[in-house]
Design a protein around this ligand. Structure first.
Ligand code: GLU
Length: 432
């Protein structure tokens, strides 16, 4: 993916990185950030590209491309997930790492932003192939990973198992155990009670806070959730538990629709029954009392709240004008393009931006890291209580500013996030 300089500013052919840069520039200009700081923060501090050779089941070796990007360590160790995705590029990781910088800054937690992953189709790999791939990737990024330097976590198509493989490999290389080097570990292996649900709990908390601010009764709200992975599934479940009607859910196999409400508990049960057979998907779920409609129709179903919790760039110039929802909760990273955002803004749709709405994951990671450093674990109740309190505080901060200054929530979130980072860079200097 090529970089360009337009009017002295960095731009990219990669949609996600370009979106991150444009959103950043818009906010930076509004707050009169100096050109020196703008150019510093336009680039990651460090990017490591690795090759990941994997011996496949048939004996052949396939080489995958892997990345780890540290956008900023101004506030602390860089923090962010590792994803396994088909078209992953280094440029995309740079954009995602930048978003993590803003996410951690806005959340008030002591981290900079990082991101990484492997360009692969994880659905086509066996468990043993995935293990070999994760371990080799872990070994190759090991020189820049550590509890005080860069702390990875799960992201798309990775979870507790991948974290264990990576951590176990790096610990063996170090010759000692270091549980705080990454988060999102299984509860039984230095993970934290509550981390799995944390991102969805954060999205649901923002949705409910927004309803409170707008005097809307959750039990009268119709919600559509795109994506039924870790983020979407818990967002749907927790909003249903709060009284909302979940009219549609989706995954790569299609959209499952029922205007009277989908039984989300049943969808969880369905996912957990014979997951291998359906590739861990909702495929066939229409038999459980809902209608299967085309995949992209999730965007346009009749609902009040739409939570994109899957892919990036889904709300764009072609789709944003057609959605019925009045409120968008971004569970995924970067689901709205700047063009999409303009259309939504003109239509009066309120968008709770990704790095506010989905910050529950990294806030939960912070709690896990803090527990690991102390060798002391909290109860799930304690974890959830602190998570909801912090999410509510952050939401309120962004909401109040956006109301006072009559700007979008994204712009308001950016300004708060950039300010914390730029204040620290001003204190620490350029030599970071
Ligand atoms: N992958 C998640 C995110 O994008 C969590 C990152 C973390 O916990 O470090 O926010």
């Amino acid at each position: 993916m090529a970089d360009r300089i337009v009017n002295g500013r960095r731009r990219s052919d990669d949609l996600l990185l370009d979106t991150a840069l444009r959103d950043f520039y818009g906010a930076a200009d509004e707050m009169n950030l100096s050109e020196s700081l703008i150019s510093m923060l336009s680039y990651p501090e460090r990017r490591l590209d690795v090759s990941v050779p994997v011996e496949l089941e048939d004996g052949n070796v396939k080489v995958f491309k892997g990345y780890r990007v540290q956008h900023s360590t101004a506030l602390g160790p860089s923090k962010g997930g590792i994803r396994y995705a088909k078209d992953l590029t280094g440029a995309e990781c740079e954009g995602l790492a930048m978003l993590m910088t803003w996410k951690c800054s806005l959340a008030g937690i002591p981290y900079g932003g990082g991101k990484g992953g492997i360009c692969c189709d994880p659905t086509k790999l066996t468990r043993r192939e995935k293990e070999r791939m994760s371990r080799t990737y872990g070994a190759r990024i090991a020189p820049i990973i550590g509890r005080w330097s860069d702390v990875p976590a799960p992201d798309m198509y990775t979870g507790g198992q991948e974290m264990v493989w990576i951590m176990d490999t790096i610990c063996k290389m170090l010759g000692h155990f270091e549980p705080a080097m990454l988060t999102g570990k299984p509860v039984d292996y230095w993970g934290a009670h509550g981390r799995v649900e944390a991102t969805g709990r954060g999205v649901a908390t923002c949705a409910l806070e927004l309803m409170r601010q707008k005097n809307l009764d959750p039990s009268k709200m119709k919600v559509a959730v795109q994506g039924f992975g870790n983020v979407g599934s818990y967002t749907a479940l927790l909003l249903k538990e709060a009284g909302a009607t979940i009219v549609a859910i989706s995954d790569t196999t299609g959209t499952y629709y029922n205007p009277k409400g989908i039984n989300i508990e049943k969808a969880f049960e369905y996912m957990n029954t014979n997951p291998q057979q359906r590739g861990g998907k909702l495929n066939g779920f229409e038999k459980e009392g809902c209608e299967k409609i085309p995949l992209n129709d999730i965007l346009f179903v009749d609902c009040d709240v739409f939570a994109p919790c899957a892919a990036q760039g889904v709300l764009n110039q072609d789709t944003a004008g057609k959605i019925k929802a009045r409120y968008v909760l971004e569970g995924a990273n970067s689901p709205t393009t700047p063009e999409g955002e303009e259309i939504l803004k003109d239509a009066g749709v309120i968008v709770v931006p990704d790095f506010l709405a989905n910050a529950g994951g990294v806030i939960g990671s912070y709690f896990e890291w803090a527990q690991n450093l102390q060798g002391f674990s909290w109860t799930e109740e304690e974890y959830n209580k602190r998570l909801v309190a912090l999410m509510t505080e952050n939401f309120t901060k962004v909401w109040n500013y956006s109301q006072d200054k009559k700007v979008t929530m994204r712009r308001s979130a950016y300004i708060a996030a950039i300010k914390r980072v730029s204040d620290i860079v001003a204190l620490r200097g350029v030599y970071l």
